[in-house]
Design a protein around this ligand. Structure first.
Ligand SMILES: [Zn+2]
Length: 397
């Protein structure tokens, strides 16, 4: 299986210029391909195949208008087309319901102003890690790398990324065999929560770390400050750079948290089960969806690849299971409950249940995992809803 290893790059001004050119060329090739397919579609012509787009690129490089594409590695341009083809495949698969997870829209044009610029070099491009530790990229040069951890083996490709904060990264793909961990007994169902980041079927509720929540709040404030600045003004540009840096910090902190939690869950359980996010989203307001889904899908993706890597079972509950409505003790459906109902009593067996833990137990059961239901039982009595979940309407912006 494939793993990614990401490191900071410290490109010199000449490297930055060459990378800017490569980002630009990859973008043009991507957009040319997208436009060609859109024109064919509008004219009711057949879908342009991957090979046809590739042939068009070869021709375009011979024309004076696109001759400058020859200044960058040909592999970078082929990979831009591969990205376009993958975006189309994901879109078609999502449209026909063959792809799990949130809906994917049609590919969109790339812009110079996109927050993230990226190009990919495969082994064909003959990129190389030099004995002095620099990364040699064709038609760019030898770029210094901050080797923060060991690269376990020869990488098969490298993606060079420039983020919104102006930082450069190299993300290497490394092929590795599974490293199965010794088999253990515990299994767990996971409910992706709103008041808590996740709730586990064993009764544990896990928050995002305090610093991350604080950083996210600060980010929202700096967004508001940005929107008050006049368009095109010097102050606005300064504020935008500040927001971009805050974004980068929050994204890094969130990724670290996801890594630590997913590693712990995979290490401590033989099998994990989560609800499909598309299913989960049905019960959500638009606001809550936009805030939480991005983080969750990254986290669930980590659970999935780590379970493959360490030889654990991963289950995604894709069918529509009303996990928060069904009593996990006796299986009776209790009907829909508004979000402020945190605990409820099963009308059939009389058990008092914690809404979220009950859902997590049901996720595990739907996956066929043998979990105990005792974690879901609570002492009777109404519990006040946490403030963040009490509202049934999204707060006005
Ligand atoms: Zn019951």
């Amino acid at each position: 299986m494939q793993l990614r290893y990401k490191y900071r790059l410290d490109p010199a001004p000449r490297h930055r210029a060459a990378l800017a050119r490569a980002f630009g060329c990859a973008r043009v090739v991507f957009n040319d391909g997208l436009r060609a397919r859109q024109i064919a579609y509008a004219a009711e012509l057949p879908y342009l195949s991957d090979a046809q787009l590739s042939a068009r690129l070869t021709c375009a490089k011979r024309t004076p208008e696109r001759a400058w594409l020859n200044e960058v590695s040909a592999v970078v341009l082929q990979q831009a087309l591969a990205d376009l083809n993958a975006a189309y495949r994901n879109y078609f698969a999502s449209m026909t319901g063959k792809r799990a997870g949130p809906k994917v829209g049609p590919p969109r044009f790339r812009s110079r102003k996109d927050h993230r610029q990226a190009i990919r070099f495969t082994a064909n491009a003959r990129f190389k890690i030099l004995p002095n530790g620099k990364l040699r990229l064709p038609k760019v040069g030898a770029v210094p790398v901050r080797w923060s951890r060991l690269l376990p083996s020869e990488p098969s490709s490298v993606t060079v990324i420039k983020d919104a904060a102006g930082r450069y990264f190299a993300s290497f793909v490394v092929e590795t065999g599974p490293r199965a961990l010794p088999e253990i007994k515990p299994v767990v169902g996971i409910d992706l929560g709103l008041a808590h980041f996740v709730v586990l079927s064993d009764g544990r509720k896990i928050h995002s770390p305090q610093f991350l929540r604080r950083a996210e709040m600060k980010l929202r404030r700096s967004h508001r400050a940005l929107s008050r600045k006049r368009k095109g003004s010097h102050n606005r540009n300064k504020a935008r750079a500040k927001v971009a840096r805050a974004h980068a910090r929050v994204a890094d902190a969130r990724r670290d948290f996801h890594h630590q939690l997913s590693t712990a869950l995979i290490r401590d359980n033989q099998a994990v089960a989560v609800e499909d996010l598309a299913v989960k989203a049905l019960g959500r307001t638009r606001m809550a969806k936009s805030v939480h889904d991005a983080g969750w899908s990254a986290f669930v993706a980590m659970l999935e690849y780590k379970s493959r890597l360490y030889g654990r079972e991963f289950h995604r509950i894709g069918r529509f299971e009303p996990t928060s409505q069904t009593c996990c003790q006796c299986g009776t459906k209790g009907g829909r409950k508004p979000l402020h109902v945190r605990t409820w009593r099963c009308g059939k067996c009389g058990a008092w249940l914690d809404r979220d833990i009950n859902a997590a137990v049901n996720v595990a059961k739907a996956a066929g995992l043998a979990v105990t239901t005792c974690g879901a039982q609570v002492r009777p009595g109404p519990a006040p809803a946490p403030r963040s979940e009490a509202g049934t309407h999204p707060r006005p912006r």
